[in-house]
Design a protein around this ligand. Structure first.
Ligand SMILES: Nc1nc2c(ncn2[C@@H]2O[C@H](COP(=O)(O)OP(=O)(O)O)[C@@H](O)[C@H]2O)c(=O)[nH]1
Ligand SMILES: [Mg+2]
Length: 189
């Protein structure tokens, strides 16, 4: 898998069709860009120390018409109200208009667990009948002694079993091979 940047858009209706795609959603600063870069093994997405910098839909292409889609981070607490309010329509507008969408990877912080907005996102994905899978990021920040219990608690907070949640760390590489394989399988199916 060697994706290249393809396009950025602010208007979901301006993004053309593709063969197959997987999308990534999550609140600002959850580690979405870092994970995308780690999965791609190169710097495709811009990593920022300023939360909420990604306000566009960013598409990376891996092979013919196979896309990885980085959606704007939600829940950014500062900035103009209009900007804060724009993520909902942008994310929802995109996800509901994509017949080629194979999976939505919903990122949550492994140490923090699902926030109120994360739970709202999952509820929305469920109601929209979209295929989704939770990925817990920054797993390296959970103390090893706490690992199993945290996996269980985080999963239960979303009404899931621990094995339903992919547990990853872009920092130490945990779970990346498995997630990469899952992603490739979705795009190739
Ligand atoms: N410890 C740790 N920090 C991470 C990991 N992934 C991302 N970060 C840090 O979390 C912050 C936000 O990352 P970024 O990828 O920009 O988040 P985004 O806003 O969701 O795209 C940055 O300071 C990253 O270095 C990880 O796996 N482990
Ligand atoms: Mg980002």
């Amino acid at each position: 898998m060697s994706p290249e940047f393809l396009l950025s858009a602010t208007d979901p209706t301006q993004v053309g069709p593709c063969a197959a795609e997987v999308a990534f959603v999550g609140r600002s600063n959850v580690g979405k860009s870092t994970l995308l870069n780690a999965l791609c093994r190169k710097e495709v997405a811009r990593v920022s120390n300023t939360p909420g910098r990604t306000r566009t839909i960013n598409v990376f292409q891996t092979g013919h018409g196979r896309w990885l889609v980085d959606l704007p981070g939600y829940g950014f607490a500062s900035g103009p109200q209009a900007e804060r309010d724009s993520w909902g329509p942008m994310i929802e507008g995109y996800l509901t208009a994509r017949p080629s969408l194979r999976m939505v990877f919903a990122l949550i912080d492994a140490k923090v667990g699902p926030t109120r907005l994360d739970l709202m996102m999952l509820k929305w994905l469920e109601a929209a009948h979209l295929p989704w899978r939770v990925v817990a990021t920054k797993a390296d920040q959970v103390k090893p002694s706490r690992g199993q219990a945290q996996r269980r608690d985080v999963a239960h907070a979303m009404g899931l079993d621990p094995e339903d949640v992919a547990w990853v760390s872009a920092k130490d590489g945990l779970g990346l091979t498995a997630l990469r394989a899952e992603l490739t399988a979705r795009l190739d199916s």
